[in-house]
Design a protein around this ligand. Sequence first.
Ligand code: AKG
Ligand code: FE2
Length: 299
Amino acid sequence: MVVSVQLSNAFHCQLDEVVNSTPAFEFMQDGHLTNPIREHIRSIAATLPDIIDAAKQVERLLESPGYAVVRNLVPINIDEERGLRGVACFNALLGSPFHMMESIRLWEPLGVRFDTDSFRANGIGNNPLHIDGVNTTYPPDCLLLLCLRPDPAGGGANVIANLQTAVSKLSESEVIELQQPIFEEGKFFGIVGVGPELRPFAVLTRSEVGTWRVRVSGKMLPVMPPGRPKELITRMVELLDEGRQRVPLSAGEGLYINQYQWAHGREPLGPNQKAINEHRRRHFVQSFIRRTDLAEMPL
Ligand SMILES: O=C(O)CCC(=O)C(=O)O
Ligand SMILES: [Fe+2]
């Protein structure tokens, strides 16, 4: 199945028109781009066929299979800030772009840090399969991982795994246990756009259409005390790992992920990170998109 979209020069000429005519971004308290800005972007883009076509392609892929690799999302050699502004404008056509960290405007950096746990964002180790916002009432519908510079040491490829497939491999009793609200995740501070903290939460919540909302994160495991909840998360993560697929990204490429359908993670970075000049190290950013109306959203 073709899950990639290649953006053309014509697309970028048209995106320039949108970026040039869009006023400075303003945000609401819940981290979303304000409606007038989003409406402005949408009305300009409505007249630009390559942009509309690309947005439709990405939207189709986000429905099925639930993820999309977009190549040439940020053209090589473009000023980074300008490039990100363009992508944010494009994202406004897919839904409502927002940031989850109150203190960071739209793009959360994913770099290389030695002073953080290696399994976390910015860490250098294996970033286990997870969804973002696992302990929130409304986890982001869609996440964009955008590669500005891959790891020059050859590591750090992204991985994804289908959540529904993993659930289908559980036993009946595990499905029952995973529906109990007995799971907790540590921190909830300065987080916006995803409703209140859900504590404790259930890993599995059945939606009206029979699929599952799956709240799971392999990042919970290292800090969980021994016991049944830890065994159940371990089992879920093992099932996700069985179906993991690598999605290595090159500079300028983005991976859009529908969080109802796919978990994501990152392989360990390559060796000797400290020997790499910090301006040459892996440099990604991430951003979120709300595609459903919260009022209509299942938990
Ligand atoms: O670094 C990456 O590519 C992904 C990191 C991530 O998804 C996370 O820590 O939430
Ligand atoms: Fe993540």
